[in-house]
Design a protein around this ligand. Structure first.
Ligand code: NAG
Ligand code: NAG
Ligand code: CU
Length: 562
């Protein structure tokens, strides 16, 4: 078999020819032996800068409804898209347009859908972050999200309203594109989550008044919406074709849990993190925090039998899970229905993210000097109204803004960034404007021995460094030379994290901890990017829809009930 490198070189030379004369651009098909190819494009094309113009629109109709389901055999009420959990897969090719019509069929609750990690370049209005870019969609009302799949890989969508995704309102996103290694079969998304038998709202209330700051107890974990619980339920299963290479698209859709994922006896070749292709590396056990994704290739090169697929919750990340060592699926080589008897890799329980040195983006970027580098510390403080309850304070602000007056609406209505209410925890970059060469760094500091998966909307950020203790690193010591680039990364407990991004996407974006309870209790900052004129520029006609959805939300009278 020819080496993958030769395919890249072939594709690369095609695109060089294409630059000289577009009519001579030859198509390089994506096949099991040429996954680096992608028609007129290839893995050599950096999706940060370029994407195919397919002219194709993928359209989806989602109905948000409450149903009773039993993912692990125990019935509970869940919030779903069209009654299924996980929700339907949004599937597109790199460069396609995606249109998602969301109708709210809940009786007494608002909703909204966010597309996790999708860059939303110039489409701030499609981000679906309630309080930031949108009012909740009222019962009976609908909203249409329109965005371009400029990146490729694996993602997920979820409600960004209250704790709704913890009650099930989520599903996978697959954007097909070239890969940095060859594989034969795409197994598709594999969603990993913690699972609770109690509605999220009740759990959050107990987490709030738990003065130790301990998370709620999870009864279980699920793989693609399934697992056993005692004698109930059934496990997720997948079939491997002997001798073939399988692509698995791993997503942690959890509320709080950090997993180590593994398949007994099999190595994982990691080829993508979040929406970013990486230089492939091999591991037997992969650490996946809430919101993170990894595309891995697994070769069915072991003897023909059944194997455990494991998602072990990391108890050292302060997860509490009743079924901790039994969050498993089954990989079968044959039609046997027996349970596997295989032995686990040695899995060390540690709350330590994949090392940055192994997560090397395939397309190297260099980070420029920062215009500004604010430091924000995260701490748990007593609530001003209920002193026995705790709230997350980040840089002196607790994020709990109104739903009926989103930050972007206030900007468009002519309020200056400095007059935005402090409940938005605003980080105001408006005076810098948005341009292709303005960089900002943000340093986050965790004052408690608790790690947080940090996620930014509207960008892939650059992870310039992280460490234990308090941040006193000279900026010059940070790694600006092709640092790890992704949209969700772990801030270590009692440690720091230095992130960078370019101010190239005007709008209002949220930077937050993806532990659902932490976000719900204030762990977020609002990033204001671009001048008001630039924000107006990207919103254009979409402002009418913002006004309509907000006005309906006002009429619904639900503002103070969720
Ligand atoms: C969801 O349900 C609606 C209404 O029944 C239907 O039109 C739509 O095609 C369904 N969508 C998906 C993705 O299954
Ligand atoms: C709406 O849903 C959220 C999350 O599930 C819940 O916390 C809230 O209480 C609900 N609101 C109403 C009015 O039912
Ligand atoms: Cu957190």
């Amino acid at each position: 078999m020819p080496s993958l490198r030769s395919f890249f070189v072939t594709c690369l030379s095609f695109s060089t020819i294409a630059l000289a004369n577009p009519l001579h651009r030859r198509s390089c098909p994506n096949t099991p032996t040429s996954r680096g190819c992608w028609g007129d494009y290839s893995i050599a094309d950096d999706s940060h800068h370029t994407w195919p113009n397919t002219g194709v629109t993928r359209e989806y109709w989602f109905v948000v409804k409450e149903v009773t389901l039993a993912p692990d055999g125990v019935s509970r009420k869940m919030l779903t898209i069209n009654g299924t959990y996980p929700g339907p897969t949004i599937e597109a090719d790199w460069g396609d347009n995606v249109v998602v019509h969301v109708k709210n069929a809940l009786a007494t609750n608002g909703t909204g859908i966010h597309f996790h990690g999708v860059r939303q370049l110039g489409t701030n209005f499609a981000d679906g972050a309630i309080s930031m870019t949108e009012c909740p969609i009222s019962p009976g009302d609908s909203f249409t999200y329109k965005w371009r799949a400029t990146q490729h890989g694996t993602g997920w969508y979820h409600s960004h309203y209250s704790l709704q995704y913890s009650d099930g309102l989520l599903g996978p996103i697959v954007v097909h594109g070239p890969k940095t290694e060859n594989y034969d079969i795409d197994i598709g998304p594999i969603l990993l989550t913690d699972h609770y038998h109690t509605p999220a709202e009740q759990l959050a209330a107990s987490a709030l008044t738990n003065t130790l700051g301990l998370p709620p107890l999870a009864e279980n974990g699920l793989i693609n919406g399934k697992n056993v619980y005692g004698t109930k339920g059934s496990r997720f299963e997948t079939k491997f074709t002997p001798g073939k290479k399988h692509l698995l698209r791993l997503v942690n859709t959890g509320s709080e849990v950090t997993f180590k994922f593994s398949i007994d006896n099999h190595k994982l070749l990691v080829v993508g993190m979040d929406w970013v292709p990486i230089v492939p590396y091999e591991t037997s056990v992969l650490f996946i925090g809430v919101g993170q994704r990894y595309d891995v290739i697994v070769e069915a090169n072991q003897i023909s039998r059944n194997y455990w697929m494991r998602a072990n919750p990391m108890l050292s990340c302060l997860t509490i899970n009743v079924n901790a060592f039994n969050v498993r699926g089954i990989v079968r080589y044959t039609d046997s229905t027996a349970n596997p008897t295989t032995v686990s890799w040695n899995i060390i329980d540690a709350c330590v993210d994949e090392p940055l040195s192994t997560l090397i983006p395939y397309h190297a970027h260099t980070v420029g000097p920062s215009a500004i580098s604010p430091v924000f510390s995260a701490n748990l403080l007593p609530d001003s109204i209920i002193p026995t309850a705790l709230r997350w304070d980040v840089g002196g602000h607790i994020f709990h803004p109104p739903k009926n007056n989103p930050l972007v609406k206030q900007l468009l209505d002519g309020f200056s960034a400095s007059s935005i209410h402090t409940d938005f925890a605003p980080v105001d970059f408006t005076s810098l404007g948005a341009s292709d060469d303005t960089w900002v760094y943000i340093i986050l500091q965790s004052l408690l021995p608790l790690a947080h998966p940090i996620h930014l909307h509207g960008h892939d950020f650059y992870v310039l460094g992280r460490g234990l203790g308090s941040f006193h690193e000279p900026l010059a010591n940070l790694n600006l030379n092709n640092p790890t680039r992704r949209d969700t990364v772990n801030l270590p407990g009692s440690g720091w994290l230095a992130l960078a991004f370019k101010l190239d996407n005007p709008g209002a974006w949220i930077l937050h901890c993806h532990i659902a309870w932490h976000l719900h209790h204030g762990f977020a900052l609002s990033v204001l990017e671009g001048t008001t004129a630039q924000v107006e520029g990207v919103w254009g006609q979409e402002r009418g829809e913002l006004e309509r959805v907000c006005s309906n939300w006002g009429v619904s009278g639900l503002e103070n009930r969720g």
